[in-house]
Design a protein around this ligand. Sequence first.
Ligand code: AMP
Length: 221
Amino acid sequence: MIAGVRLIIIGRQGAGKGTQCLRLSRHYVVPHISTGEMLRASVREGTELGRMAKQVIESGQLVGDDIMVGLVRDRLAQDDARNRGYILDGFPRTVNQAEALDEITESAPINVVIDLDVPRDLVVARISARRVCRDCGTNYTVTGRERRPWTCDVCGGDVVQRDDDSEDAVNRRLDLYESQTAPLLEFYGSAGRLVIVDGTASPDVVFGRLTAAIDAARNPG
Ligand code: AMP
């Protein structure tokens, strides 16, 4: 087996990226780097970045490219990412960020870019049922059978709806995805660097499709 992988997963918010990335990070033993989770952590810690990011996130906008590129540059320079690789989730979100990432990774290029493809109407339904642990970020889906108050199976934290999962903010984020992030498909696709994976099946089936796509890209032929 080739050690590690350097992977980007693109896709609409609510396509199941977060859950799949966590599982993939265990499978390939590489860190899962979620820029949304990094920003939410700084909101929880009350840092200067967190105070700025809170407003942007809640209004469903994007944090500025310079800030995001700086965050990712620092994170990818850490030992775990340099030695084993990483799964980037939520970055790049604009063509500017993708161009900056190509520069950052020039000496150790990304192995695979995956578009986890789920149509818009399906993700709206999924996001409105999404809940997340306030402390460790584990994702859950409402089934109607949860105990109240709902606590996290992993760490015992409160399980809540993300402030940016309100219907208005979700629709704004999806509009933003079409205008800002969808051009990435062309950016990577035209360079022959993109693998599209159908994300509409059960989580286990989608996980199988993802690992098949990643293994094929790591071991061509
Ligand atoms: P996510 O958890 O990936 O859905 O991210 C939550 C929010 O964090 C997004 O709606 C943006 O406001 C912000 N964010 C996360 N990643 C980025 C990024 N690469 N560029 C700009 N904003 C981001």
